[in-house]
Design a protein around this ligand. Structure first.
Ligand code: SF4
Ligand code: SF4
Length: 429
């Protein structure tokens, strides 16, 4: 049984956050889910109306509330366009936590989030073993994209095309990396994030190459947990708190100037959500989190704004590349020009813009798992824009978007490769 005092306090805090919403409905125009369904319940205004009566609605139909709250990509498009500055992400994440505190977490989610992702050693070990045997269950789908599809598991994973696990993850290849500061005078804590560590290791290797080239010192502790965003999105504060505390215990005493990741989602979680959701932690832990969060920076921004790498002029000709703005990178962190600058640094490529470059690709983390039909419809629009740009490569700054775009392009057997922007820059070094 949930702690009623705790629940009441959480509901009160949520109420206070929602008063800023003036119900103007401007969020409708930018919400990718609403565009597909045209249901008021699927857009921010509808969800805020639901949350305003949350206590009553939870008692009436807790499953229904959870289902409606989960029909959201947490893309932040509504928050970025809200004239009242409503803290939509904060509200939705807290709403999900309240519903899960009330209902209790399902055994499957508990096993995955608390038992597996929340135990970095076990999580790493399971995926390292999985990478050895994945070929038994998958077959290649698109050679250029390197994507696979399932041989036997389609009742569970549908018709998805996915990027396989890397043969060797970054953590198992390198263990702890501890390189002193070189000519740059800067040292970073490198946080590859789960997807670049285990799947898109080329993006992680590209970061390491860039650090080496610019004389940036690197500390990559072998023991790192997930940043916590999958648990927080699922409303599981227990698993989220565990992951944050695990990382903070390791990161707090390190000697570094920045925490750098090739993943907009990881960096926006560390930079924004860690301090926002630290209210109930002891003061000492909150202070540590504030210090760590202030140092968190996306790799594109780090290379351009800190290392000062900028193209003199944009090259013309060469292979056409288009850039997709990941929601966390652009809407949460305001990083949009820097990855384009990095692409322009490579004389073999020409950057061409696609329509709606900053429209969500439809991945949304666990949204893709529970609402694949909707996720796919939103992804189809992204794929159409990519293909219409006539680019041969689509680049982005977030491995989760790379997964989604790979799936969409591969299902149409398109000849468009997917690359992280840091890979494109690293090719020039
Ligand atoms: S969330 Fe913002 S944009 Fe949406 S209805 Fe409320 S005030 Fe308007
Ligand atoms: S976060 Fe994105 S999907 Fe969710 S309501 Fe806002 S715009 Fe729609």
């Amino acid at each position: 049984m949930a702690d009623l005092n705790k629940l009441a306090k959480m509901l009160q805090e949520l109420d206070d956050m929602m008063v800023a919403c003036m119900k103007c409905g401007m969020c409708q125009a930018v919400c990718p889910v609403f565009t597909e369904t045209m249901k008021e319940a699927d857009v921010t205004r509808g969800k805020i109306a639901l949350l305003e009566n949350l206590a009553h609605e939870m008692i009436r139909d807790a499953d229904g509330v959870q289902e409606r709250l989960n029909r959201c990509l947490l893309c932040g498009s509504c928050a970025a366009n809200c004239p009242s500055g409503v803290k939509v992400m904060d509200i939705f994440l807290r709403g999900r936590t309240i519903v899960n505190t009330y209902m209790g977490l399902s055994p499957v989610k508990k096993a995955i989030l608390r038992g597996m992702v929340g135990n970095p050693k076990l999580f790493n070990m399971l995926l390292d073993v999985g990478s050895k045997f994945q070929g038994i269950f998958t077959s290649q789908a698109n050679e250029l994209l390197g994507s696979s599809c399932s041989k036997f598991l389609s009742p569970i994973i549908g018709d998805r095309h996915f990027s396989p696990l890397a043969k060797q993850s970054l953590h198992s290849k390198y263990g702890t990396i501890d390189i002193p500061t070189g000519k740059s005078g800067i040292r970073v804590l490198f946080f590859p994030g789960c997807v670049a560590d285990k799947m898109y290791t080329k993006a992680g290797e590209a970061c390491l190459k860039v650090f080496r080239h610019h004389g940036v010192g690197v500390w990559m502790p072998a023991a790192q947990a997930c940043c916590g965003i999958p648990a927080l999105s699922a409303g599981d504060r227990v698993a989220y708190d565990k992951m944050v505390k695990f990382n903070v215990n390791i990161f707090a005493d390190g000697d570094y100037d920045y925490i750098v990741a090739p993943c907009g989602s990881c960096i926006s979680t560390i930079h924004e959500l860690w301090p926002q959701f630290a209210g109930e932690y002891p003061e000492d832990l909150r202070n540590k989190i504030d210090r760590i969060a202030a140092k968190a920076m996306d790799i594109n921004k780090f290379v351009v704004d800190v290392l000062g790498v900028k193209p003199a002029e944009a090259p013309k000709g060469g292979t056409k590349v288009t850039f997709h703005d990941s929601c966390h990178l652009k809407k949460s962190l305001g990083v949009a020009t820097q990855p384009r600058d990095l692409i322009r640094m490579n004389p073999n490529y020409e950057l061409v813009e696609m329509n709606e470059a900053d429209r969500c690709c439809g991945c949304g983390g666990t949204f893709n798992l529970y609402h694949y039909d909707l996720s796919k419809k939103i992804g189809e629009r992204k794929r159409e824009n990519i293909v219409a740009s006539e680019a041969k490569i689509v680049s982005t700054g977030c491995p989760a978007c790379m997964m989604q775009m790979t799936d969409m392009l591969s299902q149409h057997n398109d000849s468009v490769a997917v690359k992280h922007s840091i890979e494109i820059y690293a090719e020039t070094l």
